[in-house]
Design a protein around this ligand. Structure first.
Ligand code: G3I
Length: 312
């Protein structure tokens, strides 16, 4: 059948995958399948703060540049991930800083990173996972700077006016306390004119996930009503541990199918991204959460996405 990227194009959405650039050089099949099937890429790790600015004021762009070049050669859009996050920060960020120092640190990082790729990055995850599982703002090294969330979005907009700016989080796919908190935060930011263009739902789930059960379509709709673009940003689905192998793969395929259907039925849902694509390389280890197997062969989940993209 046709590759996912051409089917997605016909449906006016983009289909993406998270990438480790070193594998592009090490594994020919990794690069081939990525180029063939996806029209959007996002760095799984190499554009995080800890990877880019290992020492204060010292930036390493080699791996990120490699990904940007690959994307350009293969006509793929790029998502930038991520500017403000409480994880994968370099050690030096945990020093004690005044508010003014933190403002300088934040603005130097965003100007340097977003500015370097100005015009080449379609979407930036400006803020990642700021709301905790208790539905409150997490504590981070940025806290010393009041209004750091808002400042991050404004700095990113100034550094690249053509990039769409996102808030991205997990565990907020359905209705619930955490998605309520994110909704309230984004509503408030939009009301004050802070440049937030969209919301990313990660969708790291297991095979028992049911969009209908958590009322995912209704949840996406309320964010759409705020005027936000909606992206599925990091989907993967743990294989269940019970049932025959065929049943487990089919159940996994069904979760992928149902989430893609929710996206296709929501006019503001424009991007569907997986957190990797081959079970050979996943942050979830050996749990086979992706749509190609360890030998780069398509799994039932792949064919489920392919068929769903073909249905009107
Ligand atoms: O780069 C070092 C390497 O030099 C070292 O030899 C190796 C030994 O452990 O570690 C390597 O770093 C690891 C890095 O992945 C690259 O493989 C880190 O230990 C490991 O913690 C890191 O995990 C990443 C995780 O974010 C960090 O929190 C995962 O790959 C990445 O998939 C995951 O991605 C996050 C998204 O950014 C945000 N949403 C959730 C998602 C899944 O947790």
């Amino acid at each position: 059948g046709p590759p996912l990227r051409s089917l997605a194009e016909a449906r006016k959405i983009q289909i993406g995958a998270a990438v480790e650039p070193s594998l592009l050089l090490q594994e020919p099949q990794y690069a081939q399948v990525l180029a063939r099937e996806f029209n959007l890429v996002v760095a799984e790790n190499v554009m995080k703060w800890g990877a880019l600015q290992t020492a204060r004021g010292e930036y390493n762009f080699a791996a990120a540049d490699l990904l940007l070049n690959f994307a350009q050669r293969n006509r793929q859009a790029v998502r930038g991930h991520t500017l403000v996050w409480h994880q994968q920060l370099p050690r030096w960020m945990y020093g004690s800083f005044t508010s003014a120092e933190m403002e300088a640190i934040l603005s130097d990082h965003i100007r340097t990173v977003v500015g370097r790729y100005r015009g080449q990055i379609a979407y930036w995850d400006v803020v990642n996972e700021a709301i905790g599982d208790d539905a409150r703002l997490r504590s981070t090294p940025f806290d010393v700077l009041p209004g750091y969330l808002e400042k991050a979005f404004r700095l990113a907009r100034a550094a690249d006016p053509s990039a769409k700016l996102f808030y991205n989080d997990y565990g907020a796919e359905g209705l619930g306390a955490k998605s309520d908190a994110i909704y309230a935060l984004l509503k408030e930011l939009r009301a004050r004119g802070v440049p937030v263009d969209g919301v990313g739902f990660q969708v790291h789930v297991d095979s028992s996930f049911s969009p209908r059960q958590v009322r995912m379509a209704e949840n996406l709709e309320r964010f759409a009503q705020l005027g936000l673009e909606i992206h599925i940003t990091e989907m993967d689905v743990l294989l269940s541990s019970t049932g025959s192998r065929a049943e487990r793969l089919e159940r996994q395929a069904q979760v992928y199918r149902e989430v893609l259907q929710v996206c296709l039925r929501q006019p503001r849902c424009k991007v569907f991204t997986l957190w990797g694509f081959t079970d050979a390389h996943s942050w979830r280890g050996a749990s086979e959460p992706l749509i190609f197997d360890v030998d780069y062969q398509p799994k039932p989940a792949y064919f489920a996405l392919q068929r769903t993209l073909q249905q009107p």
